[in-house]
Write a protein that binds this ligand. Structure first.
Ligand code: OSB
Ligand code: MG
Length: 375
């Protein structure tokens, strides 16, 4: 039986992070994104979230390119085809090159709707096996080392199992050394968001003294060749984020030795189905994976929690509690971290209810698309 989708709504959202988030590329505080609603003829709603930012600093996609792709190419494809399973969507969307975040936003809404129609949790629909997922926190570049140490202390007290620090040239080894000395036993890692080149190899070798869990995406956003060279020169495991946009990228990075760990973000790889395929490959080849984050609202975060419940997600994800990002999240109950774990919801679909008041408060525009063609 095909999946019943009667309507799709794109809600343009505007939410402000409690604290600005600084990376090697710049600072984010205002989040402009889409919540996608896939509504069936019985009125059930599946929710998805677009994760592109307002400017293309992370990958080439933006909020505006997501809108263009969804309304002019992807929604028309959904409208003129029937789906037996959410896995069909990645094949349906394959003729549209890349634009993975736009694809993943729609696919995520259909996955949630599909799980709700089946009466099972999204985690179960994906093959998840964990009831709780271990979480870490990603801390943006701070104005001072003292401010950073205070933040780390606060998150360690709150139970986070792994601390990730954003670094860039000039704000790296010295800061990490201070942090390591102050917190000798924490699981610590760094994320460079592509701020270095192979010229920095000698400099990056200093990381090896700091007992880091990994260094995330040190080199170019689209590189897997130089990362392989760097991995032979440092003992710290390299994790790829930006460079991985598909299962094929994972296979090639693995064959080349470009990394030892993979960060999976469904938006970056085009959806949950591709994430699952990457998971299965990594499980077969004993490559640890973990779930990255894109400063999502509770809806995107609930998808991430479901994904992180799959067995090969053996390292803590960037899945912080709602209160870390938002004064008021758009889901009930909000996501809470307890002793370093988040509970995987077991209700239908993403398993959280939507706070309609909050959702409407942050909605700036709604675009509606009727899917009703197939009769
Ligand atoms: O590189 O993992 C990243 C946030 C925005 C864009 C890219 C990244 C990040 C994070 C934060 O590190 C993850 C989160 O807490 O959602
Ligand atoms: Mg990253």
């Amino acid at each position: 039986m095909s999946i019943d989708i009667a309507h799709i709504q794109l809600r343009r959202m505007s939410m402000r992070l409690k604290h600005p988030f600084a990376t090697s590329f710049g600072t984010i505080q205002d989040k402009d994104f889409f919540i996608i609603e896939a509504i069936d003829s019985a009125g059930r709603t599946g929710y998805g979230e677009s994760v592109a930012f307002s400017s293309p600093w992370y990958t080439e996609e933006t909020v505006e390119t997501n809108l263009h792709m969804m309304q002019d190419f992807l929604i028309p494809l959904l409208k003129t085809n029937t789906l037996e399973h959410p896995d069909d969507i990645s094949r349906l969307f394959a003729p549209i090159r890349r634009n993975n975040m736009a694809k993943a936003a729609l696919e995520g809404a259909v996955w949630d709707l599909y799980a709700k129609q089946k009466g099972i949790s999204l985690a179960a629909a994906l093959g998840g096996t964990r009831s709780h997922v271990a979480v870490g926190v990603s801390i943006g570049i701070q104005p001072s080392t003292n401010a950073l140490l205070a933040k780390i202390d606060q998150y360690v007290q709150a139970g986070y199992k792994r601390i990730k620090l954003k670094i860039k040239p000039g704000q790296d080894i010295e800061i990490l050394t201070t942090v390591r000395n102050a917190f000798p036993n924490i699981m610590l890692m760094a994320d460079a968001n592509s701020a270095y080149t192979l010229e920095d190899t000698h400099h990056l070798q200093q990381l090896d003294e700091l007992d880091l869990l990994m260094i995330e995406q040190p080199l170019a956003h689209d590189d897997i060749i130089d990362h392989a060279t760097l991995q032979t020169a440092i003992t710290t495991p390299i994790c790829l984020d930006e460079s991985i946009q598909s299962l094929t990228d994972v296979e090639k990075a693995h064959q080349l030795g470009s990394c030892r760990i993979i960060n999976v973000k469904s938006g970056r790889v085009g959806g949950l189905s591709e994430s699952k395929r990457i998971h299965d490959y990594c499980q077969k080849h004993h490559i640890p994976v973990w779930c990255g984050g894109m400063l999502e609202s509770g809806i995107g975060r609930a998808h991430n929690i479901a994904l992180a419940s799959l067995p090969q997600f053996t390292l803590p994800g960037d899945i912080s509690g709602s209160a870390r990002y938002w004064e008021k999240d758009i889901i009930n109950p909000e996501i809470v971290v307890q002793d370093g774990y988040v509970t995987v919801p077991d209700g239908p679909g993403i398993g959280v209810s939507i706070d309609e008041t909050a959702l409407n408060t942050y909605t700036t525009e709604i675009k509606s698309f009727s899917m009703d063609h197939k009769a």
